[in-house]
Design a protein around this ligand. Structure first.
Ligand SMILES: Cc1ncc(COP(=O)(O)O)c(C=O)c1O
Length: 459
């Protein structure tokens, strides 16, 4: 690798001169210089100075089997030598997407048996949007095209992804979203439950917002509801147990399709292959990406339920949609090996039976009591820490988001990578974390909280 011939300073200068980063204030970043991560192994990432950092975010919610897996590199190498690329247009196929589709049908909920590939979660959601609208056209209901989503949802950053998502800042810059997408309240009890309202009742009320949106438009105008099982980028917002079954009941009542965006939750994170299984719901589409290859290759898979797939097949006619890299043979080879490793090492069961419960307990016992922490919550190996100025009143530090960034910066300086979203710290580590790794993370987070508290109290 030639990067070793460059100093950190040189790499930062070249980065600043030529590289536009995602979701970045370039003026700010170019002043400070980027953090250059050069290598990684197991649960750790290393920067160009050799600093070891425990990766609490699995890259960007994706490196579920951890770093440094030779088997994935070997799978990619072997596939590249044999057939680096061929398309799956024009009635062609290649072996690895064929076999991956079979594997995905095996691990997905029973009624989900078809797969449409892309290279990112955003692309997969674009496919999902087009597919559900196409479905209703095939069913003779051209006007049933409205999608109900939620405020603060994240469904990717293409025009379709941004439009489906409910992030205000993204919508402002989009300046003209895909029409006929509406956003209802999110199921975020910590901030939105009324005084004295139980979690259960709040969950039903939040689900009720979906019904209101259906009734407002008319059920004959609503194609689908889309949601992340747990709102990830929005702050690991875990809905009350009453929420999803009620949303599903409402969708069924009005014949509205259910689209589940499992780009973060897919492939073991909640202790089942898919959160749909954890929640016991039966979505018509399941968007997946990220951990499908543990991030070693860009690949997404929209899992399509039998209802939509059978209409598509029975009614026929071309679905005018697809990507050059749909079913990329190398990415699919890597995904197959990744799923094999997850299975062989029993990572999904481990999250469900061991590390998930241990993680929940550790956050409750070691983090929740800190003065800066309003609430901790987790599901499987996915967690959130709410940063507050006052535990009792839930008052936040000003300006909004600044305290969480302070905690994050101290965490990184102390060898712990986690993310700040608004006033929430979020964690989504590789599924290879053990009890010891969880303890190590809690040590480092506690220390970061102490340092941040001392700092914030001086401001
Ligand atoms: C729930 C969800 N959907 C979609 C996406 C978009 O995926 P990608 O960045 O691969 O386009 C993300 C990315 O974080 C996500 O969290």
């Amino acid at each position: 690798m030639t990067y070793q011939n460059y100093s950190l300073k040189q790499l930062q200068q070249i980065d600043a001169a030529h590289h536009l980063h995602p979701f970045t204030d370039h003026k700010e970043m170019r002043g400070a210089g980027s953090r250059i991560i050069t290598h990684a192994n197991g649960p750790f990432i290393y920067d160009s100075e050799g600093t070891e950092i425990l990766d609490g975010m699995a890259g960007l919610w994706c490196v579920n089997i951890g770093y440094g897996r030779d088997e994935l590199a070997e799978a990619a190498y072997a596939q590249m030598k044999e057939l680096p690329y061929y398309n799956s247009f024009f009635k062609c196929s290649t072996p690895t997407p064929v076999l991956l589709s079979k594997k995905l049908a095996e691990i997905a909920p029973k009624h989900v048996n078809q797969v449409f590939y892309g290279s990112s979660g955003s692309e997969a959601n674009d496919t999902a949007l087009r597919l559900v609208r196409h479905y209703w056209v095939l069913e003779g209901q051209q006007e049933k095209n409205r999608i109900i989503s939620r405020k603060m949802a994240y469904h990717g950053s293409t025009v379709a992804g941004t439009s489906l998502g409910g992030m205000d800042g993204m919508h402002k810059q989009l300046n003209g979203a895909v029409p006929n997408i509406v956003h209802v309240m999110m199921p975020y009890a910590y901030e939105l439950a009324l005084p004295g309202e139980s979690d259960h009742d709040f969950g039903l009320r939040a689900a009720g917002a979906v019904e209101e949106a259906i009734l407002e438009a008319g059920a004959d105008k609503v194609a689908a509801f889309i949601g992340e099982p747990v709102m990830g980028a929005g702050g690991v917002k875990i809905p009350p147990a009453s929420y999803w079954p009620e949303v599903q009941r409402i969708c069924r009542k009005y014949d509205v399709l259910l689209m589940l965006d499992e780009v973060i939750t897919g492939y073991g994170r909640t202790g089942e292959w898919f959160a749909a299984q954890t929640l016991g719901i039966e979505p018509d589409t399941i968007t997946t990406a990220k951990a499908l290859t543990s991030g070693y290759q860009p690949l997404s898979a929209l899992l399509v339920g039998d209802r939509i797939a059978s209409t598509l097949v029975e009614k026929g006619g071309e679905f005018n949609h697809g990507y050059t890299y749909s079913g990329h043979p190398v990415a699919c080879a890597v995904a197959l090996k990744n799923l094999e490793i997850i299975e062989r090492e029993g990572l999904v069961d481990r999250v469900r039976n061991d590390t998930g419960p241990y993680f929940a307990k550790a956050l409750q016992e070691r983090i929740a009591g800190h003065d800066l922490v309003g609430e901790v919550r987790s599901i499987g190996l996915m967690g959130a820490i709410e940063i507050v100025k006052d535990k009792a009143t839930k008052e936040r530090f000003l300006p909004a988001g600044s305290a969480a960034v302070t905690v994050r910066d101290y965490a990184i300086a102390n060898g712990m990578m986690l993310r700040a979203t608004g006033d929430t710290m979020i964690l989504s580590p590789p599924l290879i974390w053990t009890r010891d790794t969880i303890d190590m993370a809690c040590d480092r987070i506690s220390k970061a909280l102490d340092l941040a508290q001392a700092d914030l109290s001086k401001r």
